[in-house]
Design a protein around this ligand. Structure first.
Ligand SMILES: [Ca+2]
Ligand SMILES: [Ca+2]
Ligand SMILES: [Ca+2]
Length: 362
């Protein structure tokens, strides 16, 4: 009995340690860096709306940064911003940055010009619901500022979600990364996204529009695993430019026109954005949901921008199939961690049930 009580106390003590403390800026510390310096692993730093002209060094593991717009996608109407004017340099694992505005970035010493600069070899970061803006920079000129960049040493388990990138040389620059980039808006940059040497990268459900040179540029070294799917491209000089040797999987995107992307060899009648050679873009989505900011919802297999019984019927046929079966349907493998259509996938599907993303719905 004594041992049991001791273990219960120990578990409570450990869980209290895991949860960490909340530190408020400016109530507890008047700068974000002072809050980081005072924090320990696992703490949450809550930053009120306001301007913070600081370059941040994040050097404690498992810190969460919560801005005034945490949980509000950056493409939507926002509250007053927690605005970091400068860069955020991440040198430790497990960092979450949620709900900030990052303005202009700055030169990272011995690094790049960046908004968020992730040191090579780190893992487990989430960059979510942040508005990355740069003003006064002419995309395509000498300006080389990247909103988010990881060092060439690679990064693992990086999630970049529901952010907006506008006015940068490059919105997101991944190098030898293991990352998921989803539900972001990349607009009016020189390059929306650069991907060099993708170890395992998924770029899905993003609006990639009006970028001056490329929506997505893929460079050497040769990619290991890269999927570009369910994105809406429009108004980019080139939507996807492949500069390395491995063919890129870019099926099931919309390219700004129902006739598909333009490629002189493989789709000369395409009226959408141009696509380079060595990109598999067929089949493509005929339309987004009214405009390129309205993406098809997860779970919509009939491309009507609604998740309903028509979609359910398609996946019901594939229920309990595994890869290789006659009724296997990879489009129903929503939770992709296994090669089976099962409860994991149904849970994802149900979470989107009756979702409608058409411009007619909001
Ligand atoms: Ca194909
Ligand atoms: Ca549907
Ligand atoms: Ca599955």
């Amino acid at each position: 009995m004594k041992a049991f009580v001791y273990n219960v106390i120990l578990i409570f003590a450990l869980s209290a340690m895991v949860q960490g403390a909340n530190i408020n800026v400016p109530a507890n510390y008047n700068t974000i860096q002072n809050a980081i310096n005072a924090a320990v692993s696992g703490d949450t730093i809550i930053v009120a709306a306001g301007n913070y002209t600081e370059n941040l060094l994040v050097n404690k593991v498992n810190l969460s940064f919560v801005g005034a717009n945490a949980g509000i996608p950056a493409g939507q109407t926002r509250l007053d911003e927690s605005n970091i004017i400068g860069y955020v340099k991440i040198v430790s694992n497990g960092i979450s940055l949620n709900g900030f505005k990052i303005t202009d970035g700055a030169q990272v010493p011995a690094g790049e010009k960046a908004g968020v600069y992730i040191v090579g070899g780190t893992s487990g970061h989430t960059i979510q619901c942040n508005l990355f803006t740069r003003t006064g920079a002419a995309p395509g000129g000498p300006d080389q500022f990247r909103a988010v960049i990881n060092e060439f040493g690679g990064v693992s388990s990086l999630l970049i979600k529901q952010n907006k990138f506008i006015g940068w040389h490059t919105g997101v620059y991944l190098q030898n990364a293991d990352a998921v980039v989803t539900n972001n808006v990349m607009s009016k940059n020189y390059v929306g996204m650069s991907i060099d040497g993708a170890v395992s990268v998924t770029v899905a459900y993003n609006s990639i529009i009006n970028n001056g040179l490329e929506g997505i540029g893929i460079g050497p070294p040769a990619v290991t695993s890269l999927a570009i799917e369910h994105n809406c491209f429009s108004g980019n000089l080139t939507a996807v430019a492949n500069w390395q040797s491995v063919e890129i999987n870019a099926e099931n995107n919309n390219w700004g026109d129902s006739t598909g992307p333009y490629n002189a060899a493989s789709n000369p009648d395409g009226k959408g954005d141009a696509v380079s050679n060595n990109v598999d873009f067929n089949p493509w989505l005929a339309a987004c949901c009214g405009d390129p900011l309205h993406l098809l919802p997860v779970g919509d297999l009939t491309n009507d921008c609604r998740v309903n019984f028509f979609d359910f019927a398609i996946c019901a046929r594939a229920w309990l199939s595994i890869e290789g079966d006659g009724n296997w349907n990879p489009a129903c493998n929503f939770a992709a961690q296994d090669n089976a259509i099962n409860m994991n996938d149904l849970a994802v599907f149900v979470s989107h049930w009756l979702e409608c993303t058409s411009s007619e719905c909001n």
